[in-house]
Design a protein around this ligand. Structure first.
Ligand code: C2E
Ligand code: MG
Length: 596
């Protein structure tokens, strides 16, 4: 670079440079400066031969300066278009021709001396001598591979789920919109499958989040194997996945859903545990169930809830009626949020009777919701909504307090002391404050613990048997009675039943109602009664409706029972009357006599 001083600002050549021939000092300083910057600088003479390279240029091209000097610039600065792989336009020739600075096209790749490649960005400028005569060009460039890789990484991260690396909600929406545009042009269909793993929370709660995460990764892999490469499997977050089946008809979507249900059933090996998981799938199809991504996703989500209600490990296509149900659910949820504050809940009480003597030994508290805007809503309809919307714990607390208060009020009135049975849902049972809350309510209402009986269903206790045993033990130590209800419908093993410190077995009403006559073999009911008796548990039959059923049960030493045969659940006032007039019940018509 004889006679030439290159001024570099941020390593980008801005304009032709002024030459100071006299100053050796300045020349040396320029050399030092150019060698200390990270940008590569190459200068050529007017014939496009290299007459200067800094250290950074040596490194990036792989050419030592001594060897590069005098060589045609395009041998050392060998560039191609990274996408087309064709030679890039010659910046040196162009700048010499137009005598103006130029930048390289995007995606320019420099092929190094050893054949490896780096993506670069550059600017090329003309060099003039002191008489403004064009004497050559200067190319300033730098490696942008790392920046580009980082940008790609960030773009990937913004569109993918970090845990499973599947496309995320954003990318999925994009793909659905693209698939819709294609389907609309070609008059084809596409399907959206909304999946939610069944009882995933239980695995997370019992085995920890690390195991839960691995299970999600394993599920993600299996799902990818169930679809074509042109389809998109995405994770929405939590245990929800959405699959876009591009160009898919109802039959294809049903086949894919069936395949997923079967493939997911195989055990997942996670940290030496063999985990079993199922999923519920809702399916929506374009254009029938929605013409935009949002509606298709909403329809598939609604259908998924119906699949869950149908009994998990199921798939369900969206139907227009589901929207009506979803709206009803929403109305229930919105009203339910106000119900506690607006005192819309009351308790009804169903007598529990000693089957031999007819004496009332207890009452089961059953929740009722009085809402003037909604016609009668049964607990079976509103309790699942309460559970899904996180309202079950405060509602359950209200039931507990109210029922204990009532039982104590009956005792304070001098009425026969009976036990009060309360249904406990999984959400309440697993809540960290449950045991403390029960204790606090007993203290507050001054009801002796022995009169409180808590009812749990088998699935609630079987979710995490160690944890259940621990909680039940603490309740037992307080003196509270513990019952397993709907017994026989779940899948508890006898060994667990023995491990749980329970006092009462309640036979599910479906078994009791299957007893047709006193001579019926009623195998399951007989087996439960004798099992309960041999484990020294009190056995209560639920749902007794006929004399035949009663006779059958008493003949097999079933101690207690409840059901319409004796009394439907009645309000507190009626129950008070019942207890105060006569607490021996024989049959429903006698109850009527008492209440009139
Ligand atoms: P459950 O604990 O099995 O309660 C017995 C259900 O059977 C009650 O329905 C009762 O009205 C009904 N029943 C009683 N005797 C007969 C009979 O002879 N025949 C027939 N067909 N049915 C009979 P209900 O009140 O609609 O409650 C339904 C379920 O809702 C309960 O089943 C219980 O699981 C849940 N539930 C009710 N109240 C509460 C509550 O306060 N908390 C919780 N967590 N669950 C509750
Ligand atoms: Mg019950």
């Amino acid at each position: 670079m004889d006679n030439t001083l290159i001024r570099s600002e941020n390593a980008v050549i801005q304009e032709p440079i002024v030459i100071d021939e006299s100053s050796y000092k300045i020349k040396v300083r320029a050399e030092i400066a150019l060698n200390s910057i990270s940008d590569a600088v190459i200068c050529t003479d007017i014939d496009c031969n290299i007459d200067y390279m800094n250290i950074a240029a040596e490194k990036i091209t792989g050419w030592p300066r001594d060897e590069a000097f005098g060589k045609p610039v395009n041998r050392i600065f060998n560039i191609i278009n990274g996408i087309t792989r064709k030679p890039a336009f010659d910046p040196v020739g162009l700048v010499l021709q137009i005598d103006k600075p130029r930048v390289l096209a995007p995606n320019t790749v420099l092929i190094k001396r050893d054949g490896t490649e780096v993506e670069i960005e550059d600017s090329t400028s003309p060099i003039h001598d002191e008489k403004e005569k064009l004497t050559g060009v200067v190319i300033v460039f730098h490696d942008v591979s790392a920046t580009k890789a980082m940008a790609k990484k960030m773009e990937h991260a913004a569109q993918h789920d970090f845990l499973t690396t599947l496309p995320n909600r954003m990318l999925l929406n994009d793909r659905i919109e693209q698939a819709i545009a294609f389907a609309s042009r070609h008059h084809t269909q596409l399907a959206v499958l909304f999946l939610d793993l069944d009882n995933f929370k239980h695995i997370n709660d019992s085995l920890g989040h690390a195991a839960g995460d691995k299970l999600l990764q394993s599920v993600a892999k299996r799902l990818q194997h169930c679809v074509r490469v042109s389809d998109t499997v995405s994770r929405q977050g939590g245990d929800e996945f959405v699959i876009l089946l591009a160009e898919s008809k109802n039959e294809d979507a049903a086949l894919t859903a069936q395949k997923i249900l079967v493939d997911l059933l195989a055990l997942h090996e996670i940290d030496k545990n063999q985990l079993h998981i199922t999923t519920s799938i809702g399916i929506s199809v374009y254009p029938a169930d929605g013409t935009d991504a949002e509606t298709l996703l909403k329809s598939a989500d609604t259908a998924m809830y119906c699949a869950k209600e149908k009994g998990r490990n199921n798939y369900q296509f969206f139907t227009a009626q589901m929207n009506t149900r979803a709206t009803e659910r929403l109305v229930i949820e919105n009203n339910l949020r106000l119900a506690l504050n607006h005192q819309q809940f009351i308790l009804h009480y169903q007598p529990i009777v000693n089957l031999t003597t007819g004496k009332i030994t207890g009452a089961e508290a059953l929740l009722r919701w009085q809402n003037s805007e909604l016609s009668e809503v049964s607990p079976e309809t509103f309790l699942p909504v309460a559970i899904d919307s996180g309202l079950m714990v405060p509602i359950g607390r209200w039931v507990l307090r109210q029922a204990c208060k009532q039982a104590k009020a009956w005792q304070d009135k001098g009425l026969p002391a009976i036990s009060i049975a309360i249904n406990i849902s999984a959400q309440e049972f697993l809540h960290k404050d449950f045991v403390e809350d029960v204790k606090a309510v007993l203290v507050e209402t001054r009801l002796a613990a022995e009169y409180l009986e808590l009812e749990f269903t088998e699935p609630v206790l079987m979710r995490d048997t160690d944890c259940s045993t621990q909680i039940l033990q603490q309740l037992k130590e307080m003196g509270v009675k513990l019952a397993v209800e709907d017994f026989g419908t779940g899948c508890s093993s006898l060994s667990h039943l023995q491990r749980f410190p329970i006092d009462v077995l309640k036979i599910d009403q479906s078994f009791v109602q299957s007893i047709k006559s006193a001579k019926d073999d009623g195998f399951i009911v007989s087996a439960i009664i004798s099992m309960g008796n041999s484990l020294k548990l009190k056995v209560i039959a639920e749902g007794i409706e006929t004399t035949h059923q009663l006779d059958f049960l008493t003949a097999r030493q079933c101690e207690e029972g409840q059901g319409h045969f004796y009394s439907r659940p009645i309000d507190a006032e009626s129950f008070t009357l019942l207890l105060s007039k006569n607490h021996i019940l024989v049959a429903n018509n006698q109850l009527m006599d008492i209440l009139v």
